[in-house]
Design a protein around this ligand. Structure first.
Ligand code: KG4
Ligand code: ZN
Length: 350
């Protein structure tokens, strides 16, 4: 079964073709057109600009994904033909309304033109299903997923395909948002996650890092997070330090470690409480090398659970993850008639 995935929830225009067979997903093509260079100069995503770029890019990106899937029936004369696609999976929310609508309307038109069904996918569910790409055999339920992106920080209990319970979330900024804001304070670039991680790596030995930041809510009696206080603590730290520009790598390392400590601690606590058989990582912040390393180590040392994380290329926004989630929904015949497909910017994971 061939699934075309479409993702336009924020500032990446993405399309991918996945082959689903016997409960397994293989990605045949994965195309992402990133707008980072355009939004960089504003220090964040400008919704109007993002939407305009999606409109310009969506058909070329879909066309390229169909071509690259090397399923010759799928393209003719550069225009997408749906001959071989069995279903279209598209992100319907959460995200920026003006961005989401471009993907959804395109999916509707293609669904009509090709006479193939559509599946509406929650963006967070998409991130979770990045883990299922070629690794589904390692995943056993119940699973705990630490979902960390620019818009979300959640601990999700997953009891089966499409069965979610959010057991904890951020009370203010998302982890990725905290990285982005902290990087902005230090003027080291956008997006902030990679910039902070890169600067932190410049310290190769532990030479008595004097910078100390709090681990907000690490001892709270729940699975929630809070990162806005951490960003404020960083701001005060920088204000008090005349020499902070020379110590940016130290600030970055401590900031990153404060975020990683809280995320790892609560993920392990949740996995213990819910007797998880698998712990997974999802979302853009799952690209962070320290988070990947330290969560894997903690799971190995503290739990009898498997640890699964997505390939780096499937951590930040992409359509392969949407196609993957789409395949498992198609298996349950969870289609949405195209007339009923709607944007929901605040869509909850259920
Ligand atoms: O999932 P994503 O691509 O978009 C949303 O759904 O929000 O996540 C983007 C977020 C940004 O905040 C970015 O700074 C963060 O992921 N990110 C990272 C890294 N790479 C991207 N955060 C920490 N370390 C990274 N290496
Ligand atoms: Zn995302």
């Amino acid at each position: 079964m061939l699934i075309l995935g479409i993702e336009t929830s924020c500032d990446e225009t993405a399309a991918a073709v996945a082959q689903g067979k016997n409960g397994k997903v293989e990605i045949l093509s994965d195309v992402v057109s990133s707008q980072i260079e355009i939004h960089k100069k504003y220090g964040g995503v400008v919704p109007e600009v993002a939407a305009r770029e999606h409109v310009l890019n969506i058909l070329p990106v879909i066309s390229r994904a169909l071509e690259k899937s090397e399923t010759p029936r799928l393209t003719k004369g550069g225009c997408p033909k749906g001959g071989g696609v069995n279903a279209i999976a598209v992100t319907i929310g959460p995200g920026l309304i003006t961005s989401l609508v471009v993907g959804i309307e395109t999916a509707k038109v293609l669904s009509c033109a090709w006479s193939v069904p559509v599946v509406g996918i929650n963006h967070v569910e998409g991130h979770i299903y990045a883990n299922f790409i070629e690794r589904q055999e390692e995943i056993k339920f119940p699973a705990i997923i630490l979902t960390v992106s620019g818009g979300h920080t959640m601990l999700v209990l997953m009891r089966g395909h499409g069965r979610y319970k959010t057991i904890g979330e951020t009370r203010d900024d998302a982890a990725g948002e905290a990285f982005d804001k902290a990087a902005k304070l230090m003027g080291i670039g956008y997006p902030g996650g990679p910039a902070i991680s890169h600067n932190a790596q410049r310290i190769t030995h532990n030479d008595g890092n004097k910078v100390k930041l709090p681990r907000p809510m690490i001892n709270s009696n729940d699975f929630d997070f809070s990162f806005s206080g951490l960003k404020t603590a960083l701001l005060y730290g920088l204000k008090k330090d005349n020499n902070w520009k020379k110590r940016i790598p130290e600030y970055c390392r401590e900031f990153q470690q404060a975020v990683v400590d809280t995320l790892v601690f609560k993920a392990i606590k949740a996995a213990e409480k819910y007797k998880a058989k698998t712990v997974m990582l999802a979302g853009g912040v799952a690209a962070n090398t320290e988070l990947r390393k330290q969560l894997e180590k903690a799971v190995e040392e503290k739990l009898k659970a498997a640890f699964v994380m997505p390939d780096l290329k499937y951590t930040t926004d992409n359509a392969a993850m949407v196609a993957s989630a789409g395949y498992f929904r198609v298996l349950k015949k969870d289609f949405t008639p195209w007339e009923k497909l709607r944007v929901d910017c605040n869509l909850e994971l259920k």
